[in-house]
Ligand binder design. Structure first.
Ligand SMILES: [Zn+2]
Length: 253
C-alpha cells in the first residue's frame, strides 16, 4: 500500500523496522542526491548530456580513455565534497544496532562506507568511483596517482605491473557485472525479513530483480522513492516522499 502521507509512512516503516531482525537495504541514486551527487540517469542528468563511454570503447581507444578520465576529474570536486546524508546515517545506525547485516547499492560514491559501514559489508553492484583499478590484473590505484600520470603523459595511464589500462573501479556499460557482488546480494535478499528499496527507480536489471527475489523468499518489501516504480504493486509499503525526510527520524536509533 502507498503511505497516504509522510508521517504515517514513517510510522509504518518504524513498526516494520522494529519487528524485523534482518533488514537488507538496497540503495540507488536517490539516497545521494541530498549529498550533491547527481543522478546520472535522470532527465537532464550527466548521461543525457554526455553519452556514457561503453567498456569495449574504453578498452579499444586511448582517446576514449582520456575522455573518460577528463570527465572523472571534472566530477572530483563533487565526489570529494560529498558527505553522508540522513538516509545513509539512518542505515548506518541500524547497521550498528545489528539490524542490518550488509547493504546492497547501485551507487559508486562510497558514502555508505563513509557513514560507518565496513567496506566488506557494502555490496557494490556498479563498483566504486573513488579509486581506480587495472582492468587486467586488478591492481588498485588512488586518484591522485592517476591525475599525476595523466598530467605528466597527457593521456590515460596504464598499469605499472601489467600495462593494461587503469580505470575507475566502476562497472561500465557493456562490462560484466561483478559475480561475487551479485551472488552476495542474492544471498542477502533470500535471507532477510525486511527488504528496503531506497532511491532506486528499479529499472536497471539484473539489480532490479532483488526486491522481487526478497519478496518471493518471504521478506516484507518497502519501496522508498520520490517517483513511482514498476514494482510498487508488489510492495507491502510504498513511501513516495523525500528519502532524507523519510529516514531522518531513524538516525541515531
Ligand atoms: Zn595490471
Amino acid at each position: 500500500m502507498i503511505a497516504p502521507d509522510l508521517r504515517s509512512g514513517v510510522e509504518q516503516l518504524g513498526d516494520m523496522i522494529a519487528a524485523a531482525s534482518r533488514i537488507v537495504p538496497f540503495t540507488g541514486a536517490g539516497i545521494s542526491t541530498e549529498c550533491g551527487i547527481p543522478d546520472f540517469r535522470s532527465p537532464g542528468g550527466v548521461w543525457t548530456r554526455n553519452r556514457p563511454i561503453p567498456f569495449d570503447e574504453f578498452v579499444a581507444s586511448p582517446a576514449a580513455r582520456a575522455e573518460a578520465w577528463r570527465r572523472r576529474f571534472a566530477m572530483e570536486a563533487t565526489f570529494a565534497a560529498a558527505r553522508p546524508g540522513r538516509g545513509h546515517r539512518a542505515l548506518a545506525s541500524l547497521y550498528k544496532a545489528g539490524k542490518i547485516p550488509a547493504i546492497v547499492t547501485q551507487n559508486i560514491d562510497n558514502l555508505h562506507q563513509l557513514s560507518g559501514f565496513a567496506a566488506d559489508d557494502v555490496i557494490e553492484l556498479h563498483g566504486n568511483t573513488t579509486y581506480a583499478s587495472c582492468i587486467g590484473c586488478g591492481k588498485v590505484y588512488d586518484l591522485p596517482w592517476v591525475r599525476q600520470s595523466f598530467d605528466a603523459s597527457g593521456g590515460a595511464p596504464d598499469c605499472t605491473a601489467c600495462d593494461e589500462p587503469v580505470k575507475t573501479a566502476t562497472i561500465s556499460f557493456g562490462q560484466a557485472m561483478p559475480e561475487d557482488a551479485m551472488r552476495r546480494a542474492a544471498e542477502l535478499a533470500e535471507h532477510c525479513d525486511l527488504f528496503l528499496a531506497i532511491g532506486s527507480s528499479l529499472v536497471v536489471w539484473p539489480a532490479a530483480g532483488f526486491p522481487m527475489l526478497a519478496k518471493n523468499c518471504g521478506a516484507r518489501l518497502v519501496i522508498i522513492n520520490n517517483e513511482p516504480t514498476e514494482q510498487d504493486d508488489m510492495a507491502d509499503l510504498v513511501i513516495r516522499h523525500d528519502i532524507g525526510d523519510t529516514l531522518g527520524p531513524f538516525v541515531g536509533n
